[in-house]
Design a binder for this molecule. Structure first.
Ligand SMILES: [Zn+2]
Length: 294
């Protein structure tokens, strides 16, 4: 089946006509955070209509940041895009004349990777997307887990408590995984240790060049990520983890340590090992996953 996938972000939206995980045609639309809701819906549907011409598209899937009510299809709340109770699913569907589905954007990326990327062939896949924050999703038998239907969020992995009373997180709590394992946290830790302003990519590059302090930051990151994955493995029992986001380009620097922790610490891992893999689809995961919603 050919579907339209829309991956909505804070600065741009990616659209793709997708068949069996392959993007046949694609477009990008700017979505400024100060744009009003009607303006963004108009821009999205105009771009979509241009893409749909020439394809027998049967449905549209939308990945949106924030909290989604999967019953009403509304975006309840997003701190990236200043909307509340926006009926995005129904407005897009009506404008395009297609049945439409909606889910949180990180969950769509997880679905894309689970079906067509690093998780292909596994029935239970947990993905963590490590970027400005730590998002994620858990996919079982080709469907992303929804949690409460009225509050379909994917911040859940990022806001599991790693260190009670630890660093202050964006969410206002202390000690969340996100405040230790996001790209932002890697950069902040490196700045604290070196006094230099660095991005997470700079830290990985420096470690690759033999910088001891950068290596310390990555060792701490690997330990903390491994600890979090052990807990998730013991709760969800996925067959594999997929690590996405910008850091996945440097997975060779941390996945061996993370996988050693999983091998050593996960309950019963000698009988049913759980491994972590780097994501394969890159920026396309969200569009492919949104198109694969069902
Ligand atoms: Zn938090």
């Amino acid at each position: 089946m050919i579907s339209l996938g829309i991956d909505l972000g804070g600065t741009s939206a990616k659209l793709g006509v997708v068949e069996d995980g392959v993007i046949l045609a694609a477009a990008t639309v700017a979505t400024r955070a100060d744009s009003d809701y009607e303006g963004i819906v108009h821009d999205l549907t105009e771009a979509a209509k241009g893409l749909l011409a020439g394809y027998r598209v049967r449905k549209a899937g939308i990945g949106s940041p924030g909290l989604i009510d999967s019953v009403t299809g509304k975006v309840c709340y997003s701190n990236n895009i200043k909307w509340s109770d926006a009926p995005l699913r129904d407005d897009i569907g009506r404008e395009l004349g297609l049945p439409a589905l909606i889910a949180n954007d990180a969950k769509c990326a997880a679905l894309g990777e689970a079906l067509y990327g690093a998780g292909k062939g596994f029935r239970r896949v947990a993905m963590l997307t490590i970027g400005t924050g730590v998002g994620g999703g858990f996919v079982c038998d080709g469907r992303p887990e929804s949690g409460s239907p009225y509050a379909d969020a994917a911040g859940i992995f990022g806001h599991m408590t790693l260190y009670p009373g630890g660093r202050v997180c964006n969410c206002g709590r202390k000690g969340c995984l996100e405040s230790y394992c996001s790209a932002t946290a890697i950069a902040a830790r490196a700045r604290y240790l070196t006094g230099k302003k660095m991005t997470a990519k700079d830290v990985f590059d420096a470690a690759r060049a033999g910088d001891a302090k950068a290596q310390t930051v990555i060792d701490e990151f690997s330990r903390d990520l491994g600890t979090a994955l052990v807990s998730l493995a013991n709760i969800l029992r996925p067959e594999c983890f997929v690590i996405g986001g910008g850091v996945s380009a440097s997975a060779d620097l941390f996945l061996p340590a993370v996988n050693e922790t999983l091998r050593r610490e996960v309950y019963g891992s000698s009988h049913a090992p759980v491994k972590a893999y780097a994501a394969k689809l890159g920026n396309a995961a969200g569009v492919i996953g949104a198109a694969s919603l069902r």
